[in-house]
Design a protein around this ligand. Sequence first.
Ligand SMILES: Cc1cc2nc3c(=O)[nH]c(=O)nc-3n(C[C@H](O)[C@H](O)[C@H](O)COP(=O)(O)OP(=O)(O)OC[C@H]3O[C@@H](n4cnc5c(N)ncnc54)[C@H](O)[C@@H]3O)c2cc1C
Length: 419
Amino acid sequence: MNSSALPPARCDVLVIGAGPAGAACAQQLATHGLQVVLADQHEFPRDKVCGDGLIPDAHAALARLGVLDEVLALAQPVPAVRCVAPRGHHVDVAGRLCVLPRRVLDHILVRAAERAGAVLATPWRFEAVLTEPVAGGGEDRVVGARFTGRDGRRAEVSARWVVLATGAAAPPLKAAGLALRHTPSGIALRGYVRHPELAGQLRELHMMWHDRLAGGYGWIFPAPGGLFNIGTGVVSSYETGADGKGRKAVRGNAANLRAMLEAFGEVHEPAGRLLREGEWVGEAKGAPLRCSLTGARFGRPGLLGAGEAIGTTYSFTGEGIGKALETGVLAAEALLVGLTRPDAELLAGYSAALEQLRPRFDTYQTASWVNRWPWIANVVVHRARKSPRILRRLEGMLEETQNPGNLFSWRGVTRLMFE
Ligand SMILES: Cc1cc2nc3c(=O)[nH]c(=O)nc-3n(C[C@H](O)[C@H](O)[C@H](O)COP(=O)(O)OP(=O)(O)OC[C@H]3O[C@@H](n4cnc5c(N)ncnc54)[C@H](O)[C@@H]3O)c2cc1C
């Protein structure tokens, strides 16, 4: 569908936002025979500011959606995450990893949703939900959404249920009545730099913690074709848990992220080489992050939130593609089971499924103290280099095969120092 075509006036499920969460949800629903409209403000393929790194949870979700082989055929394979401590020493944490620019990845996912039967409606910007009062009172039920096209035309889509998967932007969350917090959990800046000479040498996902990057971290992710995704980000380490509100706004902004990127080049030699010798492809761009399953309600009658809109990005590392895909699938599953049941039952089932993920988000939330106090990375990297057991725990955390327990808590770090 292109800008001249209006979206269908009604469907079973309207999915708003065609990033990983929305596309995965639409694909699953359409596969099961539901009429699905997948709407986005952009035409595809489109860019998305991201590090483009795919970690094991994303691999698992992509396999489940049947697109992993297509992704791996185009992605840059990566053997390990290289965690670089302030003192410069590092440890390599192995896992299923690769890098694929979002322009390509998201297009693969959208095409898979279309192949399954979802109708893609672009470029239509979500403006407001359509609601109806509920018999007996209570919160109005969402029954569709209103969109604006690039040419200013309006369109309305009615649906039995709506899924909001619009990512970290606050306005759609507010418009849908799901926002508990308007500020993001973090902000990050990335650019693409071409450096064919380094392409064969820098093979890992580099993540560095350093006093000069305090509050966040710097990364270099090797993309296909001699390209590197380089960036810096800050993530709040103060986010609260289940109440969803968070206590403190993020300290970063685009200007100091640019200064951080320069500092990254000064403290990490490969970053310095890329920034000095590489050829910039486009400009560095920033974007917000919403983390730790906080900042938004999971849904309301007639509407489910999925992906980064409900905070599914990991604090500490800023990775969120895997959990966006997973929660898109969870939303689809909740709808497939609950479409004919009372709204409250469907919402409760979805919330329960999301709460199962919370321990993982809490682990990453605790670990994000490293962003605030980078010296902790000195201790963890030093000990992981000496102890295969600690390295295995880090690999288990990455692969999500085990919970690293309190490795990153105060008690855990103290134990590491004196063990
Ligand atoms: C700089 C940076 C680096 C990152 N690096 C990584 C990384 O390396 N690996 C990783 O796993 N994660 C990374 N992340 C996080 C990752 O980008 C997100 O977790 C992921 O994109 C969330 O997916 P989503 O589908 O929920 O939302 P999105 O990918 O943001 O998709 C939302 C979609 O909704 C559409 N939309 C938004 N508003 C509207 C509207 N009003 N109307 C219609 N459509 C709308 C958008 O156009 C978009 O297509 C990074 C984030 C940033 C900012």
